[in-house]
Ligand binder design. Structure first.
Ligand code: FAD
Length: 377
């Protein structure tokens, strides 16, 4: 067992920390206020190689593994969850194409993504469901050399900035398939971004698919294997969300340590109060546990393991921890923390999303328990 980061990993971590402090934190409050996708920031992250971290140089990537991927997301989320989440959401279609794409699809679609030349969305959720794949209503019907897709997708992050959307739809077999849709294309309409409580700027939008036509060569993987593709991509997505939650937790702890030392009560800093020490210690313990769960899951993925169960455990725990930690951080900050002048209220709002997207906590518990029982059978 070796808990030390390699020289390359430490360098990636330090560079990301520096970038987060110098370039991300100064604009984090404004991104939140405007609630608009930060195109320039995404471009800058692309030029730093942040969209190709785990992928091999043959496909335009950095070759830093999933450890490199979680380290960067963690560091960016210490300053702004939107920044880290852009990497993780973009990573969903990347992972699906990397694992299931033909050589031609990888060259055509994956390389521009890993190099930060284009961005992608991952469109699973619909107005009627985000948790139940059986309830998906979007349809893909064959028409000669094409498919025609009709339906509606809901809460699709990054869509205002994406050139590729991976769309999950029921095909003629009534099973789910995955389709790579290049945008803009006739019939593909982003109507509006949903105004959310937190992680404002991620651009989760409603997409109307009115008979969009795409060549059959844009089917990803085999027909009717869309659910398997979704689960595989989401395994890495859940790892990304765990890294987001870890970054939020660490960021909230950093802010609380600073504030506790500055704020005075009874002539001394509040950091001397036992109640504040108690909160700081509880927060730090949850951050550490989140860190090692996340890093270990990334390590397992780097070994080529299936991380369906481990990424659910990591997401379930770290998201709960992030919600708990930001609540405690708010308490440390008192009334000032509750104002828009302080960063902590944004962390408090952002943390909640980690318990919801890429599978709610209830679904993670089902996945974990099913895997445990399967291991026993
Ligand atoms: C900011 C944001 C960004 C998003 N980005 C994307 C994206 O890029 N792509 C995408 O496809 N989706 C995206 N989503 C959608 C998100 O993944 C779904 O909203 C989420 O999976 C939950 O689905 P739902 O809202 O339909 O909840 P529902 O399925 O309606 O569930 C509601 C509640 O019912 C309970 N529940 C549901 N099913 C079960 C079960 N089997 N067992 C026990 N309890 C259950 C849970 O308490 C759950 O919280 C995004 C959402 C948000 C808010």
């Amino acid at each position: 067992m070796d808990f030390k980061l390699s020289e390359q990993e430490s360098m990636i971590q330090n560079l990301a920390r520096d970038f987060a402090e110098k370039s991300v934190r100064p604009m984090a409050m404004e991104i939140d206020r405007q609630c608009e996708f930060p195109f320039e920031l995404a471009k800058e992250m692309g030029s730093l190689g942040y969209f190709g971290l785990p992928y091999p140089p043959d496909y335009g990537g950095v070759g830093a593994g999933y450890i490199g991927y979680v380290l960067v997301i963690e560091e960016l989320c210490r300053a702004s969850m939107v920044a880290g989440a852009i990497i993780a959401v973009n990573g969903l279609a990347e992972e699906a194409i990397f694992r299931y794409g033909s050589e031609e699809q990888k060259k055509r679609f994956l390389v521009p993504l890993t190099q930060g030349v284009s961005l992608s969305s991952f469109a699973f959720t619909e107005p009627a469901t985000g948790s139940d794949p059986g309830a998906i209503e979007t349809r893909a019907r064959p028409d000669g050399a094409n498919y025609i897709i009709t339906g509606q997708k809901q809460f699709i992050a990054l869509s205002p900035a994406s050139q590729i959307t991976l769309i999950f739809a029921k095909d003629e077999t009534d099973k789910i398939s995955a389709f790579i849709v290049e945008t803009p294309t006739p019939g593909y309409n982003i109507r509006h971004a949903c105004e959310t409580m937190g992680v404002r700027g991620l651009g989760p939008s409603v997409i109307y698919l009115d008979d969009i036509r795409l060549p059959k060569t844009n089917l990803l993987g085999e027909k009717a294997k869309g659910f398997e593709i979704m689960l595989e991509a989401i395994s890495v997505g859940k790892l990304g969300v765990a890294a987001e939650a870890l970054g939020i937790g660490q960021g909230a702890l950093d802010l609380s340590l600073d504030y506790a030392q500055e704020r005075k009560a009874y002539g001394k800093s509040i950091a001397h109060l036992d109640t504040i020490k108690w909160l700081l210690a509880e927060m730090a313990s949850r951050v550490e546990a989140s860190r090692w769960l996340t890093y270990r899951t990334a390590f397992l993925r780097d070994q080529g393991a299936n991380i369906e169960k481990e990424s659910s455990i990591a997401k379930l725990f770290t998201s709960q921890a992030a919600v708990d930690i930001t609540r405690m951080a708010m308490q440390v900050h008192g009334a000032y923390g509750y104002t828009k002048d302080m960063e902590i209220e944004r962390f408090y709002r952002d943390a909640k999303l980690t318990e919801i997207y890429e599978g709610v906590s209830e679904i993670q518990r089902v996945i974990i328990a099913d895997n445990l029982l399967k291991e026993r059978a």
